[in-house]
Design a protein around this ligand. Sequence first.
Ligand code: UT7
Length: 323
Amino acid sequence: MIRSVVAGVGAYLPARILTNAELSTMVDTTDEWIVERSGIRQRHIAAEGEKTSDLALEAAKRAIAHAGIQATDIDLIVLATATPDETFPATACRVQAALGIHHGAAFDVQAVCSGFVYAMAVADNFIKAGQSKMALVIGAETFSRILDWNDRTTCVLFGDGAGALLLRADAGQGDIKDRGVLSTHLHSDGRHHDYLYVDGGPSSTQTTGHLRMLGKEVFRHAVVNLADVVKETLAATGLSASDIDWLVPHQANKRIIDGTAKKLGMGTDKVVLTVERHGNTSAASVPLALAEAVNDGRIKPGDLVLLEAMGGGFTWGSALVRW
Ligand code: UT7
């Protein structure tokens, strides 16, 4: 059978760092509160004029260099974002043009913080169906642009960034020893819209709007849904948590990540944690964490890597990959 094998990863964070100490001069908060409740110490903020597509392009270039391929080998770009450059066209088309690619398809996927896992599932299915040979999957966000900087309950949690991954079509045996994406699982439940949304949009207010969140409710659902989707992934592949070499979770809150790992009986030494350095970067967080763990040598060829995420919608999902 055809497998989607990871050919390269790349990540990019904007230069400007906003620390908790600096935030505490902007809203009524403290470094202690932010670290204790979320694990976040700093976040990166895109420069004036630096757009989601700029972050995405830099991450994509790094993934292409890491894979050692030509940009023109890419025949599919799936870009996950909730903060596109413009209402339309897709930010993926901007990236495609900037990479000098004029063939194949490029489009955006909107599943907020679960976006990267959704985009991977889409690209994997294109590859398995024989419709793509080399897919570029990107998660890129400029959440700083949709934050209410007077709302301390949300503005301290998010940041900007991008990560990218290349998936190459390869022949596999069809069992879990194969390299590549072994299984993906996606879920959504629109009944929870009001817990996490942006209060604007082209069809409702004709404005961009600001992020609104009831953090406690999101937290409560996240711990349950993420543990469930991991269990679903293990059951579908006949694996147990002890078979997983690395859990690469959505980086929203250290307490959610610790809670999920604990529920699964996984030691924190198997969990990739980067949230303290870039906060919640929505769709960019999983590939940012992945790129770090690949580049520092933790994730090695043959390792079993489990990605999971949960976000607005609600949406949640997982992807199991043999590196
Ligand atoms: O990617 C998916 C999207 N998001 C998430 O996964 C986020 C999920 N939720 C969370 O991470 C957590 O719920 C938060 C970090 C947002 C909040 O942590 P919490 O332990 O649920 O705190 P809380 O909302 O219950 O707030 C506790 C207190 C409140 O004061 P009172 O009502 O107890 O007097 C808040 O007003 O902390 C107060 N508070 C703050 N204090 C200082 C809220 N924000 C801040 C702040 N600084 N920035």
